[in-house]
Ligand binder design. Structure first.
Ligand code: PEP
Ligand code: MN
Length: 261
């Protein structure tokens, strides 16, 4: 399989390529304030969940389509690319209609081949980058299968996101990294860029720096980090979001070595 070497036009391949933004788009003000602060520290790609796949019912499930207009405004006013999670055909149509630049497939969706195939079929003939998170369970074949489904639909601007894996055993991580699994993925697809999501891996702010450094030491291409203008008030994943100011400190602390491939 041959992946396109240029994921996002106009961007160089200096590591790490950083995607940042809140877990969820909550209000227009929260989205715009966070986006302006992130643009000011040099972030080029803004993330925000519009549709949120919650493990249990009763939680905040995202603002839905009205939030797409806020992402349009982010792009227009800050020049950042935008990305959001899609899990159904309808999400894909809506995201494309409002000009979202990059799509990502969430961990719960990657574990569901029917949903991945539905997304892939909807993207036939569309040229857009797609980031594929690992499935919630530590099964590299499901991750490989999702990448193949998108690739077979003609998507060549693909990247993987390693966000850690669910485990029944309690440990310090929200989702255990199990670094050998993405290493196996890289063995299968040497040219596929891999991003690390230290926010969902650690589940807490204090772990973002060290997990990001580990990803850099393993030669990952980029990071996707949850950042919110007021993390303690976030409507989802509040313990793991950092302010743009804190994100800037974390990024500056990273030591980027050119490791042997
Ligand atoms: C998210 O990125 O906010 C999210 C829901 O992530 P994951 O699919 O990794 O749980
Ligand atoms: Mn989240």
């Amino acid at each position: 399989m041959e992946f396109s070497s240029i994921l996002f036009p106009g961007m160089d391949d200096k590591r790490p390529l950083v995607i940042a933004g809140p877990c969820s788009a909550e209000t227009e003000e929260q989205v715009m304030t966070t986006a302006r602060q992130l643009a000011a520290i040099g972030i080029k790609i803004f993330r925000a969940g519009i549709w949120k796949p919650r493990t249990k019912p009763g939680g905040f499930e995202g603002v839905g389509s009205p939030g797409l207009k806020w992402l349009q405004r982010v792009k227009k006013e800050t020049g950042m690319y935008t990305t959001t999670e899609v899990a159904t055909e309808k999400h894909v149509y809506e995201a494309l209609k409002y000009g979202v630049d990059i799509l990502w497939i969430g961990a719960r969706t990657t574990a569901n081949p029917f949903a991945v195939q539905e997304i892939a079929n909807t993207l036939i003939g569309v040229d857009i980058p797609v980031l594929i998170k690992n499935p919630v369970n530590p099964d590299v074949e499901l991750w490989v299968g999702a990448i193949e489904r998108l690739y077979n639909a003609g998507i060549t601007r693909l990247a993987a996101i390693h966000r850690g894996f669910s485990s029944a055993d309690k440990n310090v991580y929200r989702n255990t990294p199990q670094w050998h699994i993405p290493i196996e993925l890289k063995r299968r697809f040497p040219d596929l860029p891999i991003f690390c999501d230290p926010s969902h891996m650690g589940g807490k702010r204090s772990m973002i720096q060290s997990l990001s450094q580990q990803a850099m030491d393993l030669n990952y291409s980029g990071l996707i980090i949850e950042s919110h203008c007021s993390p303690d008030e976030a409507w989802s994943d509040k313990d793991q979001q950092v302010t743009p100011e804190e994100l800037d400190r974390i990024l500056h602390s990273l030591v980027i070595r050119d490791t042997i491939q």
